[in-house]
Design a protein around this ligand. Structure first.
Ligand code: HEM
Length: 120
């Protein structure tokens, strides 16, 4: 993993120790799995996870490639793979959907390292 974006000095994104980097949506989108030399990142409720070990699922052609490089909160909450649902907006979710989202966040926190936060 030798990718170093212009103006940045780590392999994981912006400056700062692990877990404290910040990404705009456009920066996060660079980590969509299409470039195999870069890690794969997915955000849930603004927390950015390094899902590179799940590249077979999140890379191009993978079952969940639609989530890569994005905040997938709404889609995870609604168990949806529709592009329109792969957004950070979680307004109007049912209680059950919020619960589903929380379960996914717990799952990702156990499985994948946190890289940082999504900022607008
Ligand atoms: C017929 C429907 C579905 C089947 C049979 C299915 C099957 C699976 C399987 C077998 C895995 C484990 C993959 C692995 O560890 O290699 C998985 C993981 C996952 N599925 Fe599905 N799935 C279905 C629908 C969905 C839908 C609609 C969503 C939308 C949110 C979804 C989201 C996920 C996510 C986020 C993971 C975890 C990936 C990871 O470990 O990082 N799945 N699914």
């Amino acid at each position: 993993m030798t990718f170093t974006p212009p103006g940045q000095n780590s392999t994981r994104g912006n400056l700062g120790p692990e877990g404290t980097e910040s990404f705009t949506p456009a920066q996060l989108a660079q980590f969509d799995g299409k470039d195999e030399s870069k890690p794969v990142y997915i955000a849930i409720r603004g927390v950015v996870f390094d899902c590179t070990t799940g590249r077979s699922m999140y890379g191009p052609g993978g079952s969940y490639g639609i989530f890569a490089g994005k905040d997938a909160s709404r889609a995870l909450a609604k168990s949806s793979l529709k592009a329109e649902d792969v957004v950070a907006d979680i307004q109007g979710l049912t209680e059950k959907e919020v619960e589903t989202l929380e379960q996914w966040e717990t799952f990702y926190r156990k499985k994948y390292p946190v890289v940082g936060r999504l900022v607008q």
